[in-house]
Design a binder for this molecule. Sequence first.
Ligand SMILES: [Zn+2]
Ligand SMILES: [Zn+2]
Length: 297
Amino acid sequence: MWVRVLGSAAGGGFPQWNCGCPNCRAVRDGSRPCLPRTQSAIAVSADYQRWFLLNASPDIRTQIESFPALRPGEGRVTPLRAVLLTDAEIDHTLGLLLLREGRSLELHATAPVRETLCDGTAILRTLEAYCPVTWRPVVPGDEVSLGGGVSYRAFDVPTTKPQRFRAGPEEGRVVGYRLTDTATGRAVVYLPGVQDLTASVRAQLDGCACLLVDGTCWWDDELIRLGLGEKTARAMGHLPIDGPAGSLEQLSSLPIERKIYVHINNTNPILLDDAPERRAVERRGMEVAADGLEVQI
Ligand SMILES: [Zn+2]
Ligand SMILES: [Zn+2]
């Protein structure tokens, strides 16, 4: 199975249009070694022909064009077979609107995510005015065949982040995906938003070959210390990398072949190739994704 990182930045991308933080200034003026990054999404395939998209970022058009395997063949036949959503965040779903020229779209999402996309952000209701959408309800725990030699199992990712568009049960607001190559049994876990590596979340990582995990912030108080916001990373639903309870400490010892940070906020020092924080991640056997990273498991 192939995993292609289409976009490796968190919401806003790198640089972010209204941000003049040290990282965003550095990537604009080239004063430090770092690569610009688009907003987070990955594509997976077991045969390099049929592709499944995990999250639809606002940068989807550029992401498709920059990856030859996702471009159409003759006519308007796309290799993109379905879109799977982890949640209803704007940076993970706005790209759905940019797929409106499609003949149809197969969309995998939990019931709460679909409800938010219909009645909250209205992204899905707008899309459906242009393109027929087939909703495949995602039920955590169920093993689902996507065809093309890929199956998935979604799992609930608990979060206390306030709900912007709906009141109601928390379950299913945020999920992670464990995708399996049905021929080899090898699996990849996609977890771009995780507030806490609970026992139930950690259990989903058992035996996977590759983990793509939330690398939004290095410090829990990253936005506060830069004077850019008042919320901690955890309050925004993201476990920080640093610290005794951080993701680096918790994940680096796990026996997973590739452990890769994705969904990296533009404020995070790991974006700078020469930062000590980047070296700390790599020394512990973890990786920092850039756009276009491809992993074969
Ligand atoms: Zn996001
Ligand atoms: Zn910035």
